[in-house]
Design a protein around this ligand. Sequence first.
Ligand code: SF4
Ligand code: FE
Length: 484
Amino acid sequence: MTLKTGDEYKDSVKSLKLEAHVMGKKSDNLPENPLVNPSMKAVAATFDGAHSDNEEIRGLFRTRSSVCEAEVNRFAHLHQSTEDLVKKVLMQRYCGNLTGCCFQRCVGLDAANAVFSTTYDVDQEYGTHYHQRFRDYWCKIQVDDLVVDGAMTDPKGDRSKRPGEQADPDLYLRVVEKKNDGVVVRGAKLHQTGMLNSHEIIVMPTLNMRPGEEDWTICFGVPTNARGIRYIYGRQASDTRKLEELKLDVGNPIYGGQEVMTVFDDVFVPKERIFLNGEVKYSGKLVERFAAYHRQSYGGCKAGVGDVLIGAVALIARMHGIDRASHVRDKIVEMIHLNETLFSCGIACSSMGYRTPAGNYEVDMLLANVCKLNVTRFPYEIARLATDVAGGLLGTLPSAKDLEDPVTAPYIKKYLATTEGVEVVDRFKVLRLIENLVAGAGSVAYLIESMHGAGSPMAQRIMISRQADLDGKIQKVKQLLNIN
Ligand code: SF4
Ligand code: FE
């Protein structure tokens, strides 16, 4: 199988005939559903990148597999060097630039790299055979050029209680039946980015499990159309604008993100698709590794979307004739500084990555967590500055319909005229794109996910405190001051 184009990818997902509940209705034609379709286009962009006319871009997306003889899309690659890790971030920034939204395909990539190294470690300790199983599984994913969703976050119910103490033990996904040829699982995974645009799901435990919590320590891969899986589509701010006849008010005219609540209602998982089953000691390692890769990812994708927001702000400032004002220039410089800091962190944790015993490359954990902690703050500050520079119209602009209404249009065109040569409709377009990212559907990924995706800020602070070697720093001071 050669690398799929975006159109081939779309056809392949259509053939899965996935069903989901979208705003109270069962939808069985998801790719054509206007709420879903833009998100599928964003994923398709990750396939078209491998067929770009630009050789440099193609080179970012194409690489050689380490587990089978094939040229593969980097979104399915097991990183073989720090250069691979850097290229991943560059590719994500490129995709963010192109789509201006979440392109969804990174989660499976990050899950695969974490499962690859963890299964190796588990086998070394327990003599299990998970690693070869995973290699076989992933080889097929690479050769068929599939999209995989990484599913980690359980609902967690009462946060003060462990999985087995919950009133409903299904609040953490668990094994409910063991069979000779596999297991049956029940539970749910929340916030599933791009789930309905995926062919496969890798399910992982959500936290560091303890002895006695073996049933909740399960990692496996299943097709998205496996029997017993149900999908409930997540709402996004202003999402129903996508249902309107005129598209101007949507903000991002082509692309969008997707988040899905995924329910596993007694799903059978065959043995050959199980990659961890009860080895509690390794659940925390798997979570930590996946989280670190995904925290690296944000250094690429959020910087890519940040570029779009900064570009939109610079353009609206020019349209409004304020681009030469020193305070506006300074605000834009501040936005660039914050955005490039995110990117620098993504590049830094990649460059400082290391080879795992399994052979793939892991990012520097401390720097990946610093990266993500910055991501929980800087896009908010960039969005604040964008709102400042764009002006109050961001919240009060009339609708696209009013711009077409013969009664209101002349007034809108007269009173929303700005610098010479700027069409009012173009002013609308730019303001709506900014609105999309700071307060509309795009803010789900650019702001809320920046806060909570790949773990909330506290999770990064815990990792930073663990990784920072504070005793080592104290020792350096003692040495400098000659203190015993
Ligand atoms: Fe990829 Fe970013 Fe979307 Fe996560 S938020 S899936 S890293 S584009
Ligand atoms: Fe995410």
